[in-house]
Design a protein around this ligand. Structure first.
Ligand SMILES: Nc1ncnc2c1ncn2[C@@H]1O[C@H](COP(=O)(O)OP(=O)(O)OP(=O)(O)O)[C@@H](O)[C@H]1O
Length: 259
């Protein structure tokens, strides 16, 4: 369970990115965070793994007040939370398998990284994760030879290999075409349903968010203006989240995308 209690995030330049956030996210939910550019979506997600520190309130994850964690405790806590980015964050000049292995053992000594000597247990874990996202056949291919969608699946496998309880995804499909986007979203759905991993995702594609997520958080000017089931999201709700900013709406292949 993730709990935000009166959470505020003010950046050092005095921009208040989050204000009075009060939400609870039970284990196993698939949550999509939607809203205009600059609304505070990334900040909201990144506070959960302490990439950003909140400036007021409390953020409690499985009973732990994460604001109180220090140094090593933060690193240990982060191992339970996977993070997926728009830009994949892979090492493109090495193989798919090695990308997963290296992140699996971040404390690995330099010589092991260079020589590629990994334990049998780690190799099995890495290969299993690649199988879970359907790219086991690419294990020995260099990452720069893969499509964007395949690279995002490698990033997902890398996260899965760490056995996370929560996956935070910051615009994971923003640089993918519509067909590949759906494949990646299907991976997230399967991971959420079959492994019970909580997924919290920032996403600009409203229709995709409504199709895949159980719950929608609509953020506007740092506040939650909608919190409810995806199936209850109406045109009025979307207007409330995006109102006055139709100028930032684009239609891409019949789908509304807010940019
Ligand atoms: N490191 C930072 N320092 C100062 N201000 C920041 C920082 N990061 C974000 N902000 C500001 O905080 C507000 C919320 O930004 P955030 O990135 O969370 O929004 P977002 O909804 O994720 O936007 P986008 O969809 O464009 O990624 C914006 O006004 C932004 O300019």
């Amino acid at each position: 369970m993730i709990e935000f209690k009166n959470v505020e995030k003010k950046y050092p330049n005095n921009v208040k990115a989050l204000e009075d956030i009060n939400i609870q996210i039970p284990k196993g939910e698939f949550v999509a965070v939607i809203g205009l550019s600059g609304a505070g979506k990334s900040t909201l997600i990144r506070c959960i793994n302490r990439m950003h520190d909140i400036t007021r309130g409390k953020l409690i994850v499985d009973g732990i007040d994460i604001g109180k964690l220090r140094g090593y405790e933060i690193r240990k806590f982060r191992q339970r939370i996977g993070m997926i980015f728009q830009s994949f964050n892979l090492v493109t000049r090495i193989s798919v398998l090695k990308n997963v292995l290296v992140s699996l053992v971040p404390e690995l000594s330099a010589w092991r990284k260079v020589t590629g000597i990994f334990s049998r247990e780690h190799k099995i874990k890495a290969l299993t994760a690649l199988e879970q996202v359907g790219i086991l056949d690419k294990a020995f291919v260099r990452v720069d030879q893969l499509s964007g969608g395949q690279q995002q699946r490698v990033a997902l496998a890398r996260t899965l290999a760490q056995n996370p309880e929560i996956i935070l995804a910051d615009e994971p499909i923003a640089s993918l075409d519509p067909v590949t986007s759906k494949q990646v979203m299907n991976d997230f759905k399967r991971i959420n349903e079959e492994m019970g991993i909580t997924v919290i995702m920032n996403i600009h594609h409203v229709e995709i968010a409504l199709e895949y997520a159980h719950r929608i958080l609509g953020v506007r000017d740092g506040r939650i203006v909608y919190d409810g089931s995806a199936k209850d999201v109406t045109e009025e709700v979307l207007d409330h989240i995006y109102k006055g900013r139709e100028d930032v709406m684009k239609e891409v292949e019949g789908e509304k995308v807010y940019v």
